[in-house]
Ligand binder design. Structure first.
Ligand code: BMP
Length: 232
């Protein structure tokens, strides 16, 4: 299988390392991998260092699937205030599922829809501590997902058994799986378990040559997909 098949399922996390000019850095990294990957995700590291206005400018002029990952977890009106300067330049916004629907996620989902953006909820996380919290209240989070009907969910590439279960339980949702590469997740494993996209940050974006790092990760990913017969 061609490496490009796997690369087309990669979302690149553009979290700038310390000491770089953040927008120049994001533009350079995205410029070198944009033609091969599905999209990018930006979060607090870029927004706090560059400012919402400049991040909006960068996202508005960039192609691909643009995810805004502020992992929102507040009452509805505050989440909307936070998004004011950013929402129109992104295709989807990530919020925490655990805050629940009424007064929070339902209003946020409707607000995003008015602005042409979609809601993605964090269902579980990729770090080991997520087992103590997210995984311990899976049935509560399932009920939130059913009542809010988001467009997508974040599920950990480091624990693909969670991805597999979520694919069965919430079959029609778009699944984004972070934790590939630097955190130990094997490229392709989450897609084989049912994820739609794998999120990769440092292994690609912090490399001196992001395109060749994408390519070597994607060669491993494509071999894995060939084994589980996901053909993109
Ligand atoms: P990296 O590949 O460099 O470890 O980056 C992973 C990216 O995915 C980061 O932007 C992080 O915020 C995000 N992420 C994660 O690592 N685990 C999660 O459970 C949820 C995330 O959004």
């Amino acid at each position: 299988m061609d490496w490009r098949v796997y690369a087309s399922r990669v979302i690149v996390a553009l979290d700038p390392p310390s000491g770089v000019e953040p927008i120049e850095w994001a533009s350079r990294v995205w410029g070198s991998v944009a033609g091969f990957t599905a999209g990018f995700k930006v979060g607090w590291p870029l927004v706090l260092r560059a400012g919402a206005g400049r991040v909006s400018g960068f996202a508005c002029k960039s192609g691909g699937l643009r995810l805004l990952d502020l992992k929102l977890a507040d009452v509805a009106h505050v989440m909307k205030l936070v998004l004011e300067e950013l929402v129109d330049c992104f295709d989807a916004v990530i919020a925490h599922a655990f805050i629940g629907g009424e007064g929070a996620l339902i209003e946020l989902r409707d607000y995003l829809e008015e602005h042409g953006a979609k809601l993605v909820l964090v269902y579980s996380m990729s770090h080991p501590g997520a087992r103590e919290t997210f995984d311990a209240c899976r049935s509560v989070l399932d009920a939130v997902v059913r009542s809010v009907s988001p467009w997508g969910l974040v599920v950990p590439a480091t624990r693909v058994e969670v991805v597999r279960e979520v694919r069965v339980k919430h079959g029609d949702l778009v699944l984004f799986s972070p934790g590939v590469g630097a955190q130990g997740g094997e490229p392709g494993a989450a897609i084989c378990a049912g994820a739609d996209y794998e999120i990769v940050g440092r292994s690609i974006a912090w490399s001196d040559d992001p395109l060749s790092s994408l390519r070597s990760l994607a060669e491993r990913g494509a071999r894995r997909l060939a084994e589980c017969r996901v053909d993109g």
